[in-house]
Design a protein around this ligand. Structure first.
Ligand code: BGC
Length: 743
């Protein structure tokens, strides 16, 4: 049906553009005989070079910027052919080059609601990391890739990988935890799955964008060695594993320069040292100049052309920028398009496979839910022996919370806590997905009386809990891009609610829906705790399967849960002085011109997450890598084989009475001379084991993971000496240990 109530001219215009964009998308296929670069047996570099040779200066420049976004830049009339995503770069029809249609897609495709489409919400990226499952990560990326294509996009803006250096960061849920090896490998797998669908992948926000407060102004100071061994290592591994097509440089400054005009980050490291062949695009409004940014290595400005339009043209025409340099920026984009197949195999719009998406989302949620506490084997619940269950918590009757900002996926039917038909979602709304804990628990325990209380009156909730065999409290903490949390405490007096419920009923299980760590002053009062993260489209079904034992939990924490904020490296998130906040409607102009910097110093350096708590001898609530199962595992037979890539082999046995999957973690301690924190993760393997079964496991260790970064020599260095290898089921439970001397 045509859109209602739009002027005829507007409709005519849209139709013309649609025909044009159809022509653009199909132009290579049609003109394949005439364009030599249509030959897919040539390398992506050869093909890109042929196209670049044919391009005019204006065509080249048109590839190096977007077409604008309301409120962030001027808008080009060409933007009308955008598919409705955050970024759009028109194609070049005469050369058969299709448009780039970019969409945010951190845990699913963004803006489906306003575009009248549908997208699956996967569990948050942090949840995905909790699976420690590279295949699940691949499926995560593949699903997003399929849904992007079905909606007409050929590039993701997902792939967030900033380390959880500051757990109050409002985007913690979009990232993959606190360890560079885990985060790097997991994002690598997500990108492989995504790019296999012929979609341009993107890893972001490069780099050190570890807090949201004052993100356009902040200057990050950190020791270079520490940065290389932490935040930057995550990017290095992610790119090495995946050949992602693009890297998005971040808003913040680092070592005095904006990340998007930081030669060290973009050229010395990314393009030279890591040999990155793809292109760098700026975060939305993260470009601050033409000449500096181009020279530093920024290839593409988003969302508009404040700098990469006239200024860029002037730089080329005046000879300030060499033609070869311009060509390199364009080449990188084209070669990435050829390499990922977006030119040979353009997306075809179709209806998203909703049921298939549900299945993938649920499977990943089941693999991501971490069982933190299970006193007296309270879980799994045996439905046949339970007569009454109290389900308690805000909105636990209708839905589960999701993460906000540009990652936000829109729920089908709209926000589950709004009346039907009020489906519109707004920036930083609290959005609840229609996956109902109450309904899924009722479905699992059809013979039991399952009652609900929202918890708004803790005394009433406690009274209900007292009358039930078991109380299950669904607690939440919402977070989003554009804000940081003031505290890791649960909001809305939920701590008080849980404490009162637990006092009323010793069989209290808490399910936490959060983006990252929350503090748990009631930890000793409850009998069971599950961390369900932002659990996605089928979160409630997955959690119920874990609670009732259809699924044996196998996830492990990708972050440390601290006992309190006072144990974090910094007592509070450093906020920008008022003068640096660009809040008015023209704020983007002042951001583009450059806000005055304020300083944040990461003096904890490489000590991110467990490395901090280990080095500082601080006890934690639940350690990195921790997670319980309904069975038990034992470890034996540790052997270290020396060589270029040391191999750590051992045996894992399922010593309990049900099948499960154990994440077997390998850590190393470096020689004293390395002056590193006590241990670092160097590898892992997720092992499926039937009851009583044993398996031999071998984990090859990349020597880089055992090295330190030598700033003077500008390279990784393996310090000769004694290396301790430790193996087990959590960073604080490592029963196998052996030391070897590596030279
Ligand atoms: C966010 C990016 C996002 C972009 C486009 C920015 O505000 O930081 O992560 O991809 O907007 O929506």
């Amino acid at each position: 049906m045509p859109p209602q109530g739009r002027p005829l001219l507007d409709r005519f215009f849209t139709l013309t553009l649609l025909i044009l964009s159809f022509a653009l998308n199909n132009s290579l296929a049609q003109s394949g005989k005439t364009h030599p670069w249509a030959n897919s047996s040539l390398s992506p570099d050869e093909r890109a070079a042929m196209v670049v040779k044919e391009m005019t200066l204006d065509e080249k420049i048109s590839m190096l910027h977007g077409t604008g976004m309301m409120g962030l830049s001027p808008m080009s009339p060409l933007a009308i052919s955008s598919n409705g995503g955050a970024g759009y770069v028109p194609g070049i029809a005469r050369l058969g080059i299709p448009a780039i249609q970019m969409s945010d897609a951190a845990y699913g495709v963004r803006s489906s609601g306003e575009n009248g489409r549908y997208s699956t919400a996967l569990p948050s990226d942090m949840a995905g990391a909790a699976s420690w499952d590279l295949d699940a990560a691949y499926q995560y990326g593949a699903l997003i890739g399929r849904e992007l294509r079905a909606q007409g996009y050929n590039m993701t803006l997902g792939g967030g990988i900033n380390l959880t250096r500051e757990p109050r960061n409002g985007r913690t849920f979009e990232y993959l935890g606190e360890d560079p090896v885990l985060a790097g490998k997991m994002v690598g797998s997500v990108m492989k799955g995504l790019q296999a669908q012929h979609v341009l992948g993107d890893i972001k926000h490069y780099a050190l964008n570890d807090q949201e407060s004052g993100r356009n102004a902040v200057n990050i100071n950190i020791d270079k060695r520490a940065a290389r061994e932490s935040d930057l290592l995550a990017f290095e591994i992610g790119l090495q594993e995946s050949d992602a097509a693009a890297v998005m440089c971040s808003y913040n400054r680092a070592w005095g320069d904006y990340a998007c005009e930081n030669k060290y980050l973009l050229t010395d490291l990314l393009k030279k040292d890591w040999n990155f062949k793809g292109f760098v695009l700026s975060d939305w409004g993260g470009t601050h100049s033409a000449e500096n940014a181009l020279a530093a290595g920024l290839d593409h400005e988003e969302p508009g052309w404040i700098f990469y339009g006239d200024d860029l043209k002037k730089a080329v025409l005046s000879g300030k920028m060499a033609a070869t340099e311009l060509d390199d920026h364009v080449h990188r984009i084209l070669r990435s398009m050829f390499a990922t197949g977006v030119i040979d195999d353009p997306p075809q719009k179709s209806v998203v496979d909703i049921m298939g998406g549900f299945e993938v989302a649920q499977r990943i949620a089941e693999q991501s839910t971490v069982l933190l506490k299970n006193d007296h084997a309270q879980l799994p619940l045996d439905a046949s022996r339970i007569h009454t269950i109290a389900v308690i918590g805000p909105h636990a009757d209708v839905g589960m919370i999701s993460g906000g900002g540009s990652a936000q996926v829109d729920p089908p039917g709209g926000n589950a806590i709004m009346p039907p038909g009020k489906g519109n979602t707004h920036w930083q709304d609290h959005i609840w997905f229609p996956t109902s804990p109450l309904k899924s628990i009722r479905a699992k325990a059809p013979g039991a009386k399952v009652q609900f209380d929202s918890g708004s009156d803790p005394a009433a909730a406690a009274a209900l809990a007292k009358s039930a065999d078991v109380a299950i409290v669904f607690a939440y903490q919402w977070e989003s891009e554009g804000m940081d949390l003031d505290s890791l405490s649960l909001p809305e007096h939920q701590d008080e609610l849980i404490a009162q419920v637990a006092t009323a009923n010793p069989h209290t299980i808490v399910v936490i829906e959060s983006g990252g760590p929350v503090t748990m002053p009631w930890v000793d009062q409850v009998s069971g705790i599950l961390e369900a993260w932002y659990a996605g489209s089928r979160g409630a079904e997955a959690v119920a399967n874990v609670i009732f034992g259809d699924v044996n939990p196998s996830a492990k924490l990708p972050i440390t849960l601290p006992r309190s904020e006072s144990d974090l490296p910094h007592p509070t998130v450093v906020k920008p002085p008022k003068a640096t906040v660009a809040a008015d409607r023209q704020g983007w102009k002042r951001i583009a011109a450059g806000l005055p910097a304020f300083q944040v110093t990461y003096d904890e350096g490489v000590k991110v997450g467990y490395k901090w708590y280990d080095a500082e001898n601080k006890a934690v609530l639940f350690p990195f890598g921790y997670g319980l199962s309904y069975t038990t595992y034992t470890y034996s037979n540790l052997k270290i084989t020396q060589g270029k890539n040391p191999r750590v082999s051992f045996t894992v046995t399922n010593s309990g009475n049900r099948a499960g999957a154990e994440v077997a973690e390998v850590y190393a301690s470096l020689p004293v001379a390395a002056a590193e924190p006590p241990k670092r993760l160097v590898g892992w393997s997720k092992v499926k084991l039937n009851a009583g079964e044993s398996k031999d496991v071998a984990v090859g260790v990349d020597p880089k993971y055992l090295s330190i970064f030598n700033v003077e020599k500008d390279g990784w260095q393996l310090i000769p000496g004694d290396y301790g290898f430790m193996v087990g089921g959590s960073s604080q439970s490592l029963p196998l240990k052996e030391s070897v001397n590596l030279k």
